[in-house]
Design a protein around this ligand. Sequence first.
Ligand code: HEM
Ligand SMILES: *[C@@H]1O[C@H](CO)[C@@H](O)[C@H](O)[C@H]1NC(C)=O
Length: 496
Amino acid sequence: MLYEIVYALVGLVGLAYSLDYALDLRYDAREPKRLPSRIPLIGHLLGIVKYGTAYYNQTSERTADEIYTLDCVALKIYVSRSRRLIPIIQKASKTLSFRPFVKVVAREMAGNSEEACDLFDGSFVDEYSQVVKSALLPGTHQDDQNLRMAHSVISLVDDLVNGGKGKTIGLLEWTQHLIVEATSCGFFGVEHPFKDPEVERAFWRWQLYLRSQMASVDFFGKANQEREVVNKAIIEYCRKLKDDTSKVVLDRQRVLKVAGMTFEDAAKQETLFCVAMFGNTTPTLYWFIWELFSRPSLLEEVRRELEEHAITRDKANQGEHVLDIAALKTRCPLMLSVFQETQRIHHVHANIRKVTADTFIDNGRYLLRKGNYLQMAGSPIHYSEEIWGPTQAGSKEASFVPQPSAFMAWGTPPHLCPARQFAATEVMLTVALLAVECDIFPNGGQWKSPTLRYNDVAAILSPGKEFELQVKPRRGAGKWDVKMGMGKTQVNILSG
Ligand code: HEM
Ligand SMILES: *[C@@H]1O[C@H](CO)[C@@H](O)[C@H](O)[C@H]1NC(C)=O
């Protein structure tokens, strides 16, 4: 039996080599150069299934080419690892298109009906994304949303301080819960669908199967099962939206229905939104805490900066502290820099485009063939020493001003994350409160970098294992409030 398997394997590898050779024939010399896979034929496919977009981080290290081809059996993936090519690719957006993916995501991730998915074929895609974008622009409705989020963060950090006694927590679980709770308060209102812990747990379990679900290889239907729990809660919520439901949710539900979506399909779009809402912010917060608290002297400097610019204490009312959000956004450059360095170092996203017609880019230098995919890998740019100098989170000189186009954490225009101001405010606020209120120590004494979990569909990966921390309050319990300041103040993030 064993020998049969071995022979079969040898046979398979032989077959793979000959197919690999045959594939070579369907390769046009004007296409970007092929990068051979270590295992013939299926090597790249296996790599992508296993590592997701982080695979391009590895392949990009094996070539100096600005753009190269990965053969994945029936189709090709062109991987750009160059900042120079980004605007060139954007210019060809008619045939290197982001649009088809809205439909793919609606079908595979949200589980929308075919009729609902078909809506995303036409010009509605652009209208829909415009509505989302406008509802997230700074303004008074954003302040209300931020305030609900901020009060939730204050209460969760207060829980952690635990009346001065502190707590032992798992950092991943804690950040997951904080982001679901605070973000939901912001977007869905304080009586949100994730109040039920079972719904929150189902959401996170669903994330573990999301990539398999998208690739139609979730053979046991795990993802569907978990998603249904979330869907049910969101559908219930959507039956009667609240007084404090955010503008973006109200607007989105309205335009979807006007366009002809059924109630259930429209509600499922909110489930989909939760992936964008929680999936990226959670690991960003996780690593921001990690990078800051594992550097005691940097932490001290950040504390000084916060105390000097963003915190006031009410002397008359002992123990009442106020965090000025506008000042946090605009007057704490060191804090902001640690945040953006965290994003730069941990980013693994690759923006995707579908090649809808044979396209020459870069003055005819490269041919991209119809039906294939193009990915713009972010981390090779983020790790380029030419652009950023030697990599060490938090070690940049204050005077160093990098170019916005080299920072891909929020995507690239015109597909920048529409919620970047909200998300940046949320993580800055959380880390600021933690820094001022708490000391944090790893349970084993060491900040030992964990292995990563590659299942997620996210711009930043989560750790594969839980990390236990002891939280020790720096002084007795105090009451916190926030001051919002002007609705128009923005975090000065590189992407704008
Ligand atoms: C730190 C947190 C976040 C990060 C790092 C992040 C990152 C990104 C990136 C890189 C993209 C572009 C994707 C691409 O072109 O391939 C994107 C798009 C998007 N994000 Fe975020 N995001 C975050 C938080 C959020 C939150 C809280 C929301 C909730 C409303 C959100 C909603 C969206 C939406 C709706 C899009 C699609 C935009 C479009 O279709 O053009 N994101 N995000
Ligand atoms: C990406 O590559 C850099 C080195 O170029 C490495 O330090 C980093 O850990 C890699 N990230 C992932 C997620 O593989």
